[in-house]
Design a protein around this ligand. Structure first.
Ligand code: G16
Length: 548
């Protein structure tokens, strides 16, 4: 380990990207996320960190995505992607937070030296990083700061341009598996679209076409991906894209997108002209990794089909295929959820399959899902995917079917492994997956929705003085701090029929989230607002304004 950190280059670049004194950054649920205007130093340091992560992993390509996903347009953020396309290893999240908070260039260099020593990084190894950004106006300057970080370590960078988060994850895995027996796909956008659309076309071949699907692109980077995939899908699926204004200031995620639909429990006003009775539609979020469906019934009433409903639909379909392929004694399907999963969905699923509950954040769900031969994971907010373990994949490839029906089911399972982006939740891949199941089952939104009836629920945000004062346990279902607050929540919950509520600090916004459900809608609302009141009273003071 003779190579040394290029201190001089790092110093020179670092001085161009000073850390703002008054802010403490944290690598949270999905990386660093706050106002884009304060992230310059973080992006530079993430560039250096990504290069070191690659060196540590023997020159494997690391991914970096510049996005704030569902957050408002002035926000931005950055997250790192490990070589198999999964989220950054947890221990390195701590390193990222330490580096981001070093006050000065000398402190930053000292933190780097400590990291190199403790993580035993061989600096003579090459460093390779692939990176992309979403459509936010602050993106180009932040990418430039990030590139300075790569330059400081003389790392090899590949700019994947403006693209979705799931495509970046796909690229990382494809680059790192190129030429191996686990080759994931061609390492290009074209490879991604060909792979997904190819799997979809095989799966729906011979099935009656579904009516066109309205797709709300949240005025974000998903617009471009939807436009492109339309070309690859041909007649196999008709999409009607709306909210495609990627260059209109302030339009991103504004009264549209998956988070708007899930949180406000209504469809985006801009989608209204396309919604008639029976019409199904879906919304992506700002970086196209979340998906929420909805439809209007014959009385023009809105019904939401969220991540829980997607999990139920997809898990049941895969279980049926595994059985039809004659593999049910060998391949078990399991589901992973978070505390936000609707109580009815958990009941429906646990009656049929093994179900695990983990803390919020795709990284937690992903790792838990890896323990199942087929792991279906979805957050209620529409973020999720399906994982086929390497053993399952091999079984599917080597299994000899004994009847034509088994052979068809087996081929469908193999096509699913192509259609599904197994690196991370992917709105476009998930949309094709849902459309596949609907086509196979001849379901409209109504039949899908009738799998189980959601318990009325309400999600609210509370701005508090210090959200870091809120600590949780039991997969975020109970508060351990502030002291005594959980007992007061428990007392309130007891008064509501079917009541359930929990409180947790957001890892992507400067708020505390309160979730509540109850048998009656007005009661769920009431419970949510009362718990929010408790939270606010507990922390008191003026709500903190966000850093300028
Ligand atoms: C990110 C994470 C999700 C998480 C969401 C909200 O989504 O990837 O797993 O559910 O944030 O997290 P929190 O409640 O901690 O703010 P996205 O789509 O914004 O990247």
């Amino acid at each position: 380990m003779s190579a040394q950190l290029p201190i001089e280059a790092i110093s020179q670049f670092s001085d161009l990207h000073p850390k703002p004194g008054h802010i403490r950054f944290q690598y949270g649920t999905a990386g660093f996320r706050t106002l884009g205007s304060v992230l310059d130093s973080v992006l530079f340091r993430v560039g250096v960190l990504a290069a070191l992560r690659s060196k540590k992993l023997d020159g494997k390509t690391i991914g970096v995505m510049v996005t704030a996903s569902h957050n408002p347009e002035p926000d931005n953020g950055v997250k790192l992607v490990d070589p198999r396309g999964e989220m950054l290893e947890a221990a390195w999240e701590t390193h990222a937070t330490v580096l981001a908070n070093a006050s000065t260039t000398p402190d930053f260099i000292e933190a780097l030296e400590t990291l190199v020593k403790t993580a035993k990084i061989d600096l003579s190894k090459p460093a390779r990083v692939v990176y992309a950004r979403d459509t936010r106006p602050s993106g180009p300057a932040l990418v430039a700061a990030f590139e300075d970080g790569l330059k400081a370590l003389d790392a090899e960078g590949r700019n994947a341009g403006v693209t979705t988060t799931p495509i970046l994850h796909y690229l990382v895995r494809s680059i790192n598996t190129k030429g191996t027996k686990h080759e994931y796909g061609d390492d290009s956008e074209e490879g991604y679209f060909t792979k997904l659309s190819g799997g979809f076309k095989k799966l729906v071949s011979g099935k009656p076409s579904l009516p066109p699907l309205v797709i709300d692109c949240a005025n974000g980077v998903g617009t471009d991906a939807v436009t492109k995939i339309i070309g690859y899908l041909g007649d196999s699926l008709k999409l009607i894209p709306v909210n495609t204004a990627t260059t209109t200031p302030g339009a991103l995620n504004n009264a549209c997108g998956a988070d708007f639909v899930k949180t406000s429990q209504k469809f985006p006003p801009s989608v209204a002209p396309h919604l008639k009775a029976g019409q199904r539609a879906c919304s992506l979020d700002g970086d196209a990794d979340r998906l929420i469906y909805y439809y209007l019934d014959e009385r023009s009433q809105f019904h939401m089909l969220d991540g829980d409903k997607i999990a139920a639909l997809v898990a049941a379909f895969i279980v049926e295929l595994v059985k039809a392929a004659g593999l049910d004694s060998e391949i078990q399907v399991g589901v992973v959820q978070t505390a936000y999963a609707n109580g009815s969905s958990t009941k429906y699923l646990t009656e049929r399959l093994p179900v695990r509950c983990v803390p919020t954040g795709v990284k937690h769900l992903h790792h838990a899902a890896e323990h199942f031969p087929v792991g279906v994971y979805f957050e209620a907010n529409g973020h999720g995917t399906v994982l086929f373990s390497p053993e399952t994949q091999e079984k599917l490839e080597s299994h000899e079917p004994s009847t034509p029906a088994q052979s068809t089911a087996l081929n469908h399972l193999l096509s699913l492994t192509q259609l599904i982006n197994q690196t991370v939740g992917d709105a476009i891949s998930d949309m094709l997956l849902v459309e596949t199941v609907l086509a196979h089952k001849s379901y409209s939104g109504i039949e899908w929705d009738s799998l189980y009836v959601d318990l009325p629920n309400r999600l609210v945000k509370v701005i508090v003085v210090d959200r870091h004062a809120f600590k949780t346990e039991d997969a975020e279902r109970r508060l351990v701090s502030p002291k005594g607050l959980q007992a007061r929540i428990d007392d309130l919950v007891k008064r509501y029929d079917g009541g359930r509520s929990f409180v947790r600090p957001s890892g992507t916004e400067d708020v505390v989230r309160v979730y509540a459900e109850a048998v009656i809608k007005s009661q769920a609302d009431d419970l949510a607002f009362r718990v929010a009141g408790l939270v606010y009273d507990e922390t008191g003071g003026d709500p903190v304004t966000r850093p300028k």
